[in-house]
Design a protein around this ligand. Structure first.
Ligand SMILES: [Mg+2]
Length: 418
């Protein structure tokens, strides 16, 4: 392995920072999102509140006792996801290798971007500037040779900082840090290690692996021992990953009727959404291509407020886009020869799972009541298909003779994910 080219970018006190961004009177003040002085639980605390020992997960009454000036705010949850998505888009401007691991943090591999944007430290500084200027939020970045070390570096960089760990400085950087900063070391592990006199990462690295395994159990012990030596082979998952998923159907030459368009698009959406779900992914931008006689094509796309991977939602969006293209054509009884659906702006499923909590009413969101129901239906369709095959179940009537002239298995070979 070579240089320090992995970035871990993590928004600072994300929920609290958003509240301070949206309400300037909260800036510079200790605030808690969620909970109250009477009860409930604090979901997030601003840095001003953290200075008093207030932390996420703490009962509200306790937070109020620690910091009498604490302002409790209810949390504008609908604002969080779009702002975090904008940050992720900025990160995606410097490399396609962005692996989002939660709503507000991601790993980036910038090894392929240095010729365009300069050394990794410069890229990290650029991203921090852009996130601050364009979204208005503080973000800390760690830069290192491995994911594990980049994540530790970003924690050390907080708040609102940048820490670069060059390979020759790794040992000196890690040695004095508390073991609790390591990914996967929780309070229990920390206590067990402390009982054996191990409190720093350096002490952990100097303890033989088999001794650590006796303390933490075989698997965890071996992993922690390796990480203490910065031995972490995990790559950034975004690297070389899928950037678009699509499917198309040639139709011969047919008049575009609502029934035909619906039938074809739901079939295509089913294949695209199924492949997204199989990869644990979802996408925000839906593009539909309609081809007319004479090989003339029209493309329409729409970027949704959140990522989709549900068949029915994708069908509805695709239908809307297809009709925009068809209605723009002169005359009645417009003929079409091909329909294609693709999804880009691909993100990991963790972003989607967050949607479940964050979006109560937009029906296209998985978090809405309808969205959650659609998601549940899709999951069971996927499960049945995994056992009994692709044609076992679906939204469609099984008989679609017009489209089954070419078996789906052959189509899918041609539908390469890019
Ligand atoms: Mg964060």
């Amino acid at each position: 392995m070579s240089g320090a080219t992995i970035l871990h970018a993590d928004l600072d006190a994300f929920y609290a920072s958003v509240e301070q961004l949206l309400d300037p009177t909260l800036r510079g003040r200790p605030i808690a999102v969620g909970g109250s002085a009477q009860g409930g639980v604090v979901l997030a605390a601003s840095y001003e509140a953290k200075a008093y020992g207030v932390a996420g997960g703490m009962p509200g009454w306790r937070a109020a006792r620690l910091c009498p000036a604490l302002r409790f705010v209810p949390g504008r949850f609908r604002e969080y996801q779009p702002l975090a998505d904008r940050v992720m888009e900025i990160l995606g401007d410097v490399t396609p290798a962005v692996e989002r691991i939660s709503i507000d943090e991601a790993f980036l591999d910038v090894s392929g971007s240095t010729h365009l944007f300069g050394p990794p430290a410069q890229i990290a500084a650029l991203l921090r500037r852009r996130v601050r200027a364009e979204v208005g939020l503080p973000i800390s970045v760690g830069v290192a040779r491995t994911k594990h070390l980049a994540k530790i570096a970003s924690q050390v960089a907080k708040p609102d900082g940048l820490v670069v760990v060059e390979p020759e400085r790794e040992r000196a950087f890690l040695d004095p840090l508390p073991v609790g900063l390591m990914w996967g070391v929780g309070p229990v592990a920390r206590e067990r290690l402390a009982e054996r006199g191990i409190t720093t990462i350096g002490e952990l690295a100097r303890t033989p692996s088999d001794a650590v395994e006796r303390i933490l159990g075989h698997a965890t012990g071996a992993r922690m021992s390796a990480l203490a030596h910065n031995d972490d082979p995990r790559r950034v998952a975004g690297a070389g990953r899928v950037r678009s998923v699509g499917a198309q159907s040639a139709l011969g030459r047919q008049v575009a009727t609502p029934a035909l368009v619906r039938e074809v698009l739901s079939h295509l959406a089913d294949r695209v959404a199924g492949r997204l779900r199989a990869k644990g992914r979802a996408g925000r931008t839906v593009t539909v291509r309609v081809r007319f006689p004479g090989m003339r094509s029209v493309t329409r796309s729409l970027t949704l407020p959140g990522p989709v991977a549900t068949t029915l939602t994708l069908t509805e969006v695709a239908e809307q886009l297809a009709w925009q293209a068809i209605r723009d054509q002169p005359g009645r009884d417009v003929e079409i020869t091909l329909l294609a659906v693709s999804v880009t702006g691909i993100v990991g499923q963790e972003a989607l799972q967050l949607e479940l909590a964050l979006h109560p009413d937009d029906p296209r969101r998985p978090g809405s009541e309808h969205g959650a129901a659609r998601w549940a239906v899709d999951r069971s369709v996927d499960a049945v298909r995994a056992r009994f095959g692709a044609h076992a179940v679906g939204y469609l009537p099984a008989a679609m003779p017009r489209l089954h002239t070419v078996p789906d298995e052959f189509r899918e070979l041609a539908e390469k994910d890019r």
